[in-house]
Design a protein around this ligand. Sequence first.
Ligand code: IVH
Length: 676
Amino acid sequence: MGAEEDVGKRIRRLRKAIRYHAYRYYVLDDPEITDAEYDALMAELKELEAAHPELVTPDSPTQRVGAEPLPQFEKVEHRTPLLSLDNAFDEEEVRAWERRIRRLLGDDTDLQYTVEPKIDGLAVSLTYEEGRLVQGATRGNGFVGEDVTQNLRTIPAIPLRIPVVGDEAPPAYLEARGEVYMPRDRFEELNRRREEAGEKPFANPRNAAAGSVRQLDSSITASRPLSVFVYAVEAVEGVTVSAQWDGLSYLQRLGFPKAENIARCDDLDTALDLYRKWLDQRDALNYDADGVVIKVDSFAQQERLGEVSHAPRWAIAYKFPAHEGITKLLRIGINVGRTGTLNPYAELEPVQLGGVTIRHATLHNEADIHRKDIREGDTVIVKRAGDVIPQVVAPMTELRTGQETVFDMVRTCPVCGEPVVKPEEEVMYYCINASCPAQLVARVEHFASRGAMDIEGFGARLAQTFVEKGLLGDVADFYYLKQDDILELEGFAEKSVANLLAAIEASKERPLWRLLTGLGIRGVGAIVAQLLARNFASLDELMAASEGELEVIEGLGPHTAKSIVDFFAQDRNRNLVEKLRRARVRMTRLPEEEAPKEGQLNGLTFVITGTLPTMSREAATELIEAQGGRVTSSVSRNTSYLLVGESPGGTKVRRAEELGVPSVTEEELRELVDGG
Ligand code: IVH
């Protein structure tokens, strides 16, 4: 019996410790112990419980793994209905809302607001009796929801038991409300795994979260990376909470996670400033937020304001411009890229997304189109985050009429008509006709771009015109342009011609890596070009290098080595180099390009934005630092590269563009540090 008692004690101690560390980790985001130590505590508890099943309690931290499948969900009548929120889409609507409430409360009332993110997940109600989670329910129709207690128990961030805080016992009764969501990085990871397993990916984190909670088998919920943010104390016994802000602090003290950066303010202008801040950061958050909720802070005032038809008067959701929309995919077209890649894109019925009209979206490649089963004529979900190219997320198959057509990749280049080629190990098709005019336009545009020779003012439109008019037959022709030829073009006057010629002249003195990037050798982006400039003093030296000599350069893969040698083996490209040389374009490196050699990334500063395809930000930072590079949080003139993942931050991307900071992908970074 004595030993039994000791086991009981040990179990209780373990549970307490695990709860405490889970709180530090999930709520405070400030763990005191490592994951491995946490796992060890959990393992010991599991072992003891396995040996003493009579000591297992439903609120034990081990009981999150999920129970037997439920036959169906029980219905739950909410004690007070889960209301919805009125929306505002511009500042004027928010100001009108404030005028209304001021009129109701009396003009001179002091008002305070809390400003919270509106989390795009699934609303849940969590009921605790004597500190134990007794019921978790979905919103349902607002009055009656589904009992998903078993499923919610599997979410690590939801306390199963409210700890004793100081000498404050948990309340006898508590109903907290909040939003279950799936963190974006985990969502991407989950979808990647699903696709690998041949399963249908989720359209967005919200659907993934909702689908995961409304599972009959809670072990499925347990396997999904879910979390929660609470946003309201709906009811509490034995404690007086008199304002929204205090309610949130109280919940946090009890161990519930709330979204960070929630603020309380004294006037609407500050609230609107906060909205703009959230909007700016929105893409950098690890959860989807579709707006902010502005709430009257005082419960007394909330009560006086009351509600109208399912929504309280005391709160308003000020929505962000939508990132996702639904529209019709009219046709699948093909663009020819700089290296001859045939890039499929969707021609869409115009749709407003994030304040911009979208007419086209990328479709990546043929395999992706078929995997997502996207057909011409489909109604599709399109997405545009930050400044990235809009994407087709998924077709809405339930809206099919039977008139949709399955996409068939072209057999000939849509621009020059030559047959297309698909290398076996690649997903892309190519037009390999070196004189294909579409490729020339793309090459010219790339050469002049900010990431390459940086010829100011020369963008896509001019590239098209100059090639069409026969002024540019290759990129070296830039340096042979005559004032009179340009003057004949529409929209040019003496001043603008002079500016353009000056910009072209200035580009002759660019560092060697910019020229290398501008040549458009497959596999040679800004990072590889800088690596090459570090290893070769001039273009001539590089051209003389063999595949073997290139391959031994740390950070350069065999594919790229071959691609470089192949490029310079072609007469056409050698002639191009000679033509550039005659025009006196710099072909030797600048002294600062010869960087110290200890790490591949020595002296380089990176900023990371968006979700990287295969590594966490921490892992990327470690990798960069291990190679002598630095990672900072905001883009400045000193930033060498912006490392861009999925859903990048609009501000960072814009700023990098303004400053001419080149973007790189995770793949390019890897290529550089481990040789591809
Ligand atoms: S307050 C009566 N705060 O938005 C007040 N709701 O459109 C309603 N939501 O069903 C809840 N984040 O699921 C509130 N910070 C937040 C929220 C939030 C997301 C959801 C909630 C609600 C829906 C209303």
